[in-house]
Design a protein around this ligand. Sequence first.
Ligand code: PXP
Length: 250
Amino acid sequence: MTSPLRLGVNVDHVATVRNARGGPRPDPVRAALAAIEAGADGITAHLREDRRHIHDDDMARLKAAISKPLNFEMAATEQMLDIALATAPHAVCLVPEKRTERTTEGGLDVIGQYDYLLPYVDQLSREGVRVSLFIEPSREALDAAVSIKAPVVELHTGAWCHAVEVGDPGRAEAEFARIAAAAAYGAGRGLEIHAGHGLDYDTARRVSALPQVAELNIGHFLIGEAIFVGLAEAISRMRRAMEEGRAQAF
Ligand code: PXP
């Protein structure tokens, strides 16, 4: 039995382009509304500690403007927790964050940071927010997510997508096998399985064939494609790729 597959569109890089000039355009909220109009099931935005793309008021405006679930990505810090609780998004995805990284490089260290993360998962869950942990596709991380009582994990697809991009098929297959095994194992342990980072049409199609995957969160590629074909067309092509993949689910 395969579950329906949702597409969350990450609008961070609309804000990256806006911030290049410091004015109000292009507005990530406008992009979110256009994405929903084009078939996105939800909107994801990452309020980074250095505010390099999404700003605090973007989160508030997204929450007020959109009719679909808002997935608030954040590092587990007290300041972010306060903002998330005030925003009351549908979901929070806890991610590791380093100031020097260009993008989220790896998964959360749920095992090493168990005691630190526990109150975040607990408090957000008690406030009715669905908590997701962005993790490496490993059994250990999945077991830790179960113990900490996170209902959802997002499997980091970045290493796989990078291996595909640089043309390293051996590495790519090994990374994909880790994702496939993690999706099956995690779902078996009762976790809702999401996946994201670095996905394009081809990798999204392939990961969509994993029947346990319930949601993909995709940003950079879609915003880049929008330059050439428009956001609505990029989203509709992505949805098609996901449906093609899901039709191959085994
Ligand atoms: N999911 C998570 C948890 C992320 O941190 C990111 C990047 O912000 C994405 C998905 C989207 O990744 P990309 O922009 O590479 O599609």
